[in-house]
Design a protein around this ligand. Structure first.
Ligand SMILES: [Zn+2]
Length: 449
């Protein structure tokens, strides 16, 4: 995958790491550096290899690189590591790999599976991707490892191929995740709103609607929408947009339904309506059992209504066996297990490429740039993780409520700037003396740059 281009064919494939117990308002702002760059993955040029050999080399290089990067996490995962919480108590914490945030090709690489033939999270196969609620069994890491080892033990290449192809697995004997005791790699594959919904199913839907309503007619509908506060105007329609950004996708989502009412059959409007409901609900920043029921109901309705696109010949392949459609079935479970989707949306991390890769490249001599763009080593052995702290001044009252002092957060050092840490005690009780420790004491880490 090409993430960025340097001098012509120069590429880097950066990998970032974050921790799961940071507050959401910190994680979602790239400028607060809740994510750190831990390495660059190899981007080999394999034009002299056959397609199959190139695929095998890519998978093995990818896992070899990740084994090196993730090596220092194995100890904290197995034996645990002592960490202090905000109240100063020391906890024995086991660091478990929770989520990998990436696009579908990289998800397949991580899972050692061939793209498109089977679901990465359950046992659904390609011809079942258009089906709904068949209660497929979840995939288990141990079973996959057994199959990979069984394939490796075969005496002939033909037998090995039979074992691996039957399970849709690639030629990989020892994936990097094999040494992680508490990890089930399939559970770490998370929903991806940007690639799976906006650039996936929603984009398909717009193309299908174009073929039903007509490109010029749909553009005309967008053009004639009156200017409205908070809504973007598409003065030239949407068909001329060459590379649609996430922001533009969100704007099109706001306006599309209004543009096709009266122009498309009722069934198409109903299908588009429930898909837009699903896209809206899945971006909620908090969920309850009830909202998750709404999310599931929207998906159920979409599967009931999707046949209209086949009947109207808008979908010409005659089926809906799309991996991105099937993965939507796992969204409710993933939200229950890993939290809301804004915690692991690739949209937030795309901005990191500017800070950590493009800006970093500009500071190099453009020759040995990978050595000069040195990533940060995974710091779990020496950095304590502190929750942000808020405290209230007792005798100070503002018009709209009690005065809350600002938060103190931990930030890793940047570039050549070193970060210093110091600890102070704050007496928050009236009984506390200047020299004493009576009353409740807060420990706060301050950062001086
Ligand atoms: Zn599945």
């Amino acid at each position: 995958m090409q993430l960025m281009t340097f001098n012509g064919d120069q590429m880097a494939y950066p990998m970032y790491l974050s921790i799961g117990n940071m507050a959401k308002h910190i994680c979602c702002k790239p400028s607060l550096h809740a994510q750190i760059l831990v390495g660059y993955l190899p981007t080999p040029k394999l034009s002299d290899f056959s397609e199959e050999a190139a695929c095998t080399v890519c998978v093995r290089l990818f896992h070899a690189a990740l084994s090196i990067i993730m090596q220092s996490l194995k100890g904290p995962e197995h034996e645990g590591v002592e960490m202090k919480s905000a109240d100063g108590a020391v906890h024995q914490c086991h660091l478990v790999i929770a989520v990998y945030i990436m696009d579908y090709p990289e998800q397949s690489l991580i899972a050692c599976m061939c793209q498109g033939s089977q679901c990465l999270k359950c046992h659904a196969v390609e011809i079942e991707f258009e089906d709904h609620n068949l209660n497929w069994r979840s995939r288990k890491q141990d079973a996959m490892l057994n199959t990979l080892h069984h394939g490796a033990q075969q005496s002939t290449a033909k037998h090995k191929e039979m074992v691996l192809k039957g399970a849709s697995l690639t030629h990989m004997e020892e994936p990097f995740w094999a040494g992680f005791r508490y990890c089930n790699i399939q559970d770490t594959i998370s929903p991806d709103i940007l690639h799976q919904l906006f650039q996936g199913l929603f984009r398909y839907m717009v193309i299908w609607v174009w073929s039903i309503v007509g490109t010029m007619e749909l553009d005309a509908q967008f053009k004639c929408l009156p200017c409205t506060h908070g809504v973007r105007s598409f003065d030239n329609g949407i068909s001329c947009l060459s590379k649609v950004s996430t922001g533009e996708h969100k704007e099109i989502c706001k306006q599309l339904l209004g543009c096709i009412i009266g122009k498309a059959p009722t069934g198409v409007i109903r299908a588009m309506h429930v898909l837009l409901d699903f896209i809206h609900l899945v971006q909620y920043q908090s969920h309850s059992d009830e909202t998750l029921k709404y999310l599931q109901a929207s998906l159920d309705e979409f599967h009931k209504d999707k046949k209209i696109f086949l009947d109207l010949k808008a979908r010409t392949s005659g089926h809906f066996n799309l991996p991105k459609l099937h993965t939507m079935q796992h969204y409710v479970d993933s939200t229950r297990e890993c939290g809301t989707t804004d915690n692991y949306n690739t949209e937030a991390t795309e901005h990191l490429h500017i800070d950590y890769a493009k800006d970093a490249y500009c500071t190099t001599n453009k020759k040995d740039y990978l050595q000069q763009m040195e990533p940060i080593a995974i710091p779990f052995n020496n950095v304590q993780v502190w929750d942000p702290v808020k405290f209230q001044l007792k005798h100070l009252q503002l018009d709209d409520g009690p005065a809350i002092m600002d938060t103190a957060v931990e930030m890793p050092s940047q570039g050549t700037k070193s970060t210093q840490f110091d600890t102070i005690l704050v007496a928050v009780d009236d009984d506390a003396e200047d020299t004493g420790v009576q009353g409740r004491i807060l420990f706060i880490v301050l950062i001086f740059e």
